[in-house]
Design a protein around this ligand. Structure first.
Ligand SMILES: CC(C)(COP(=O)(O)OP(=O)(O)OC[C@H]1O[C@@H](n2cnc3c(N)ncnc32)[C@H](O)[C@@H]1OP(=O)(O)O)[C@@H](O)C(=O)NCCC(=O)NCCS
Length: 142
């Protein structure tokens, strides 16, 4: 599977897929690290990441409904983990209202809001967009 940075052409299709999945897009701009999986002219999956030296926020994971349950979501999570680990990141965080079970099968555990580092709290997804009812999860990369 080819996972590539969103291009000028694929960016708007990626935003459309995220909106279809009810995921926040307000703060995504071409400067953020958004990756896509393309099939022909279509974007069939997306994932994004924000990170500093030690912590990363995995976000914007979406797979188009007709392509689900074939391992694409899991592969995108693995891709981001490998990507940030190469940059020295030790811990990956995420917010979800819909897919906690999907992530717990992939080694993520639910954490308390008080245990979230400032870098994650200061991301716009955390601080502005995602509701206080989101579940926060984390995984230590080994
Ligand atoms: C969550 C999502 C990305 C999974 O993508 P996918 O390509 O279908 O996932 P995979 O094929 O790699 O994995 C499928 C497995 O995850 C499970 N799964 C899929 N979506 C799930 C969900 N929302 N909650 C719990 N489990 C889920 C499937 O039952 C399947 O389980 P199995 O391996 O035991 O059979 C996709 O369902 C999606 O885009 N959902 C809407 C957007 C969303 O909720 N994104 C997460 C926001 S952080």
């Amino acid at each position: 599977m080819n996972i590539v940075p969103a291009s000028q052409n694929s960016f708007s299709a990626a935003i459309a897929l995220l909106k279809k999945n009810n995921l926040p897009t307000e703060d995504l701009d071409p400067g953020k690290q958004l990756f896509v999986v393309e099939e022909g002219d279509n974007v069939i999956a997306t994932v994004a990441v924000e990170y500093n030296y030690t912590d990363a926020l995995l976000r914007s994971l979406s797979v188009s409904p007709e392509k689900r349950n074939s391992g694409i979501g899991a592969e995108l999570v693995q891709f981001i983990e490998d990507y940030v680990q190469k940059q020295g990141v030790q811990t990956v965080y995420l917010l979800t209202t819909t897919a906690a079970d999907f992530f717990s099968k992939r080694g993520y555990t639910i954490i308390d809001r008080n245990n979230v580092p400032d870098f994650i709290k200061n991301t716009s997804e955390y601080s502005v967009i995602c509701s206080s009812s989101s579940t926060i999860m984390k995984k230590e990369l080994s």
